[in-house]
Design a protein around this ligand. Structure first.
Ligand SMILES: *Cc1c(COP(=O)(O)O)cnc(C)c1O
Length: 228
């Protein structure tokens, strides 16, 4: 019997492949890599995650340091031979006093969104050999309750991160407002990334990942569609 999570994952992969073909056609490109799936495993237990790793998927996203620390120690223990393939993304709000732990635990932090945090990460990276990639989270919908740098402050903030702090910023990330047409937010995010020569675009979740794939996302973060 095939595992439900793997079945869901395969459906999502196929939908992304289709959407990406459309994107490539519109761009008159013949080949380009597909968006990578960050399987968002927050709130999902180790026993549900391990089969997907055994199936050969290694990129996962978490939004809480405490939860991730315990769960991924357990998972790494059980899949020891494959643990080095894992690529763990932190996608939640990061408190500055948790930056050190986040760097130890994760390979990518997608939620760099304010000067204090950026400066703390820079200090911590000076003290470690750990290699990490970073994304700037942009609050494209300018929502009070959401994290992310405001669009009108993004240029200065990215310059601070890249030029002054020399952080390994590789891309930009956004979470569009639930009731908006995501395409406007994806387009704005893409424009900000391009302006600063940042190649990676983390956009698209369960509700809008196919749209994101047709708009050039390099990473889609998918939780419910895989683990539900
Ligand atoms: C939970 C979460 C996701 C995944 O959302 P789904 O709708 O379950 O696909 C993606 N990105 C972030 C930042 C999240 O917190």
């Amino acid at each position: 019997m095939i595992n439900r999570v793997i079945e869901n994952f395969q459906k999502v992969s196929q939908a992304i492949e289709k959407a990406n073909e459309k994107f490539l056609l519109e761009q008159s490109k013949s080949s380009s890599s597909r968006p990578q799936i960050v399987a968002v495993s927050k709130g999902t237990e180790a026993s549900e995650i391990i089969p997907l790793i055994e199936h050969g998927h290694y990129i996962f996203g978490e939004n809480r340091i405490q939860e991730a620390k315990q769960k991924w120690a357990e998972i790494k223990n059980q899949i020891s031979d494959k643990a080095e393939n894992l690529e763990l993304h932190f996608i939640g709000y990061l408190q500055s006093n948790k930056a050190k732990e986040a760097i130890e635990l994760f390979d990518v932090i997608e939620s760099v969104d304010r000067p204090k945090l950026a400066k703390t990460i820079a200090k911590e990276l000076e003290k470690t050999q750990k290699k990490i990639d970073l994304f700037i989270q942009v609050n494209t919908g300018e929502e009070e309750q959401k994290s992310g740098i405001m669009p009108n402050e993004a240029d200065d903030f990215i310059d601070l991160c890249v030029k002054e702090l020399k952080l390994p910023i590789k891309g930009v990330m956004c979470i569009p407002p639930v009731d908006d047409d995501s395409s406007l937010h994806f387009a704005l995010l893409k424009k900000i990334g391009q302006k600063h020569g940042l190649p990676l675009l983390s956009m698209g979740m369960t509700n809008d990942y196919e749209l994101a794939a047709t708009m050039g996302a390099t990473h889609v973060r998918i939780g419910r569609a895989i683990f539900k």
